[in-house]
Design a protein around this ligand. Structure first.
Ligand code: GAL
Length: 417
């Protein structure tokens, strides 16, 4: 690893200077938070930094899941014009740290006591070779279902708790002529469904063996064939226009009552909240049936790219500090739909889904049933993730059957490793 000692000192000195003389500059932030709920959450951050005289230069790159944003980032860094701060996930942070592009945040982390309040599962991605290189703003989880309560009540559908009950509920909606499952046909969204289905079929051990340890036997197993059979079953409940649809437009279908269910990470709740909807009254939130007690997580973090300018370094330190403050972590996550990265933030301001999410995350961490989302870059590096995406989405679009999909998964992963 490059010797950051000089830089570490640089950020600390700059931070101290802020308090006395230097004026913090702007931060240029690359992110993919462009949906209604995401933009509302981002405003909480912009406003918070504004109160600290840190200006915000927005660098949005639309595209849920962040693939387009990471492509844009690569081009900016190659042109030696890295943004100040970047929204980033899991193994991507590690990959940029390996390249020596990220600033060392140890001084801010030590001053703010991050080690004591950030769970080990997150620190595994926030740190590189023992040094902090990113500030975690939240913990999202992907194995959620969102449902339109009025439609379920009208059709006499109770909240499903088992896979069989879920399929029966989807069938009842389909038989009523309505769209059962709102979905956007994009590889990362198909992979988000896949996260939950793998967990439902084989539990945490199977998920880990197949999607984290990349065990060929597990990847090609009868259990994985069952996973793909269930993906095909879910495919039977989406509408004809699903291909290419953005995730937030699928959420909008459930919000408006054009569809009953959506399987999506809890950023979807940000859309419901942004539309003024209330959990338990207008919509239901529950873990994908069969995955109760388990959580597939992904954490949005801000990585700070090396900056020569002292003012920019000051702004980076202040931004990292602001992101990790308990009050900000509450205010931001209430709007975003996620839960705080810090373990010491009270849940008072959170709604029923948020409170449930916080309890389930803590329990899963305690019980060893918390695991990184493959679809959102917390199970494996991008090359392997993308190889899995290709197989999952090709199968979801009917290019081959479940047996062939499991075989292709083994081969694709082996080729990408
Ligand atoms: C995820 C990200 C979330 C949400 C989602 C949809 O990868 O972690 O914060 O924005 O993409 O864009």
């Amino acid at each position: 690893m490059r010797n950051y000692l000089g830089r570490k000192t640089t950020i600390l000195v700059a931070l101290l200077a802020t308090t006395s003389m230097a004026h913090a500059e702007d931060v240029e932030v690359l992110h993919w938070w462009t949906s209604g709920g995401e933009a509302a959450a981002l405003n909480v951050l912009k406003d918070d930094l504004g109160t600290k005289t840190i200006g915000w230069i927005d660098m949005p790159v639309a595209g849920g899941g962040g693939e387009a944003a990471m492509t844009t980032l690569r081009a900016r860094v190659t042109a030696d014009d890295a943004p100040t701060a970047v929204q980033m996930l899991g193994f991507d942070i590690q990959d940029w740290a390996v390249e020596g592009k990220l600033a060392n945040l140890d001084a801010v982390a030590a001053a703010e006591g991050w080690d004591a309040v950030v769970p080990a599962a997150l620190q595994a991605f926030s740190k590189y070779e023992g040094s902090w290189v990113a500030a975690p703003v939240n913990v999202h989880s992907t194995n959620w279902v969102w449902a339109n309560k009025a439609m379920l009540d009208e059709l006499g559908i109770a909240q499903p708790n088992t896979w069989e009950e879920f399929i029966a509920a989807l069938q009842t909606v389909k038989d009523s002529g309505k769209t059962a499952l709102a979905h956007g046909g994009q590889a990362w969204q198909d992979a988000t469904l896949f996260d939950g289905v793998v967990l439902a079929v084989g539990g945490i051990e199977f998920y880990k063996k197949a999607l984290v340890d990349l065990d060929a036997e597990a990847l090609g197993s009868d259990q994985m064939v069952e996973v793909f059979n269930r993906m095909a079953t879910l495919r039977g409940f989406v509408d004809d226009n699903f291909s290419g649809r953005d995730w937030n437009l699928a959420s909008a279908m459930v919000i408006s009552g054009d569809a009953a269910f959506q399987i999506m990470g809890d950023w979807a709740k940000g859309e419901f909240v942004n539309a003024g909807k209330v959990p338990g009254t207008d919509f239901l939130c529950f873990r994908m049936p069969g995955t109760q007690g388990m959580v597939t997580f992904n954490s949005d973090q801000f990585a700070m790219f090396e900056q020569a300018d002292a003012g920019a370094q000051t702004a980076q330190g202040e931004m990292a500090k602001a992101i990790m403050s308990p009050t900000f972590q509450s205010a931001f996550n209430v709007v975003k739909g996620s839960v705080p990265a810090r373990t010491d933030v009270p849940n008072d301001a959170f709604d029923a889904c948020g409170k449930q999410g916080m309890v389930e995350l803590a329990e899963a961490a305690k019980n060893g049933t918390l695991i990184g989302s493959m679809a959102h870059g917390h199970a494996n590096r991008a090359a392997v993730k993308n190889a899995m995406y290709d197989v999952v989405t090709a199968h979801f679009n009917g290019e081959y059957d479940a047996k062939a999909a499991a075989e292709n998964l083994v081969n694709a992963v082996a080729a990408a490793e």
